[in-house]
Design a protein around this ligand. Structure first.
Ligand SMILES: [Zn+2]
Length: 285
């Protein structure tokens, strides 16, 4: 009898234990479902009451501009902290290294191209494919030749436009005058820059100067100086359009530090479009 009693008690305990486990599992299941319903309901009410607030919560939608246009960048960015990096006179032997760097940081820039080194022309195709703006600088970059007359200028322009079209399959409406619109190198032909800047407008073309000089066109050959000029410029100038040259190894070296520094500090690199700030200089000739 004593043996039977022990077995009976053991069986009862085991059944109670099973019941407790079952009840606990049921309670956990009910609790989880009610939590899910409550969370989903909250999200639904949030989106119904204040759609903008939901955008803030998800932080996935790019910030709309004042006009309601979608920005060009694939990620949200601060429109107050955009940098327009521009590289003149290439492509050349340092351009590929620069393109690799830009790709690494998803930075988009503008190349004002020449045909000084025609064996590197194919890099324009890569520039275009990777989201940069490929624009006209000059076919010959020969000041005496291009500023001799307006017809000489536009024939040089069209020659470079043709190279760009061959490489990218499209024409550009963006260009930069060799020496900038304020240049003094054209003084041998009085009034030529005034004429050319007016003709550009009539042709539906947009020329761009710059408001930050990296000083890599002769004032320095030091990467650290180029870097410092870029850092100072973007902190002091609104809508900075930075003049650089991808035919200078020290400029590409400076970019290795400048680009990650700018991104860490909340800046975004965008390519120029016809609507971008043009940083026009005063035409002096
Ligand atoms: Zn140039």
């Amino acid at each position: 009898m004593a043996t039977i009693d022990v077995e009976t008690v053991g069986t009862t305990r085991s059944q109670i234990f099973k019941k407790i486990i079952q009840l606990t599992l049921i309670f956990l299941a009910v609790f989880s479902v009610s939590c899910l319903i409550s969370f989903a309901g909250g999200r639904y009410r949030l989106s119904k009451q204040n759609p903008k607030q939901q955008v803030t919560v998800t932080e996935e939608a790019p910030a709309p501009t004042e006009e309601g246009e979608q920005p060009a960048a694939s990620q949200p960015y601060d429109p107050e902290k955009v940098i327009y990096l521009t590289f003149d006179d290439g492509p050349w032997k340092y351009t590929e290294q620069l393109l690799d760097l830009l790709k690494k940081y998803d930075a988009k820039v503008t190349f004002f191209t020449t045909s000084t080194y025609p064996e590197y022309a194919e890099l324009m195709k890569r520039e275009d494919e990777e989201g940069h703006t490929v624009a006209v600088h000059s076919y010959s970059h020969d000041y005496k030749k291009i500023y001799a007359s307006s017809s000489a200028y536009w024939s040089d322009f069209e020659a470079q436009q043709k190279v760009i079209e061959e490489q990218t399959g499209k024409k550009t409406t963006i260009f930069r005058f060799p020496g900038g619109s304020s240049n003094g190198v054209s003084n041998f032909n009085p009034g030529i820059m005034t004429t050319l800047s007016q003709q550009a407008k009539a042709k539906g073309l947009s020329y761009f100067d710059w408001n930050v000089a990296s000083a890599d066109a002769g004032a320095t050959t030091e990467a650290d100086v180029v870097l410092q000029n870029c850092k100072t410029g973007v902190q002091n100038i609104k809508d900075p359009v930075i003049l650089c040259h991808d035919v200078k190894d020290y400029t590409v070296k400076a970019m290795e530090t400048f680009i990650p520094w700018a991104i860490e500090n909340g800046y975004t690199f965008l390519p120029l479009t016809p609507d971008s700030p043009n940083a026009h200089h005063k035409v002096n000739n």
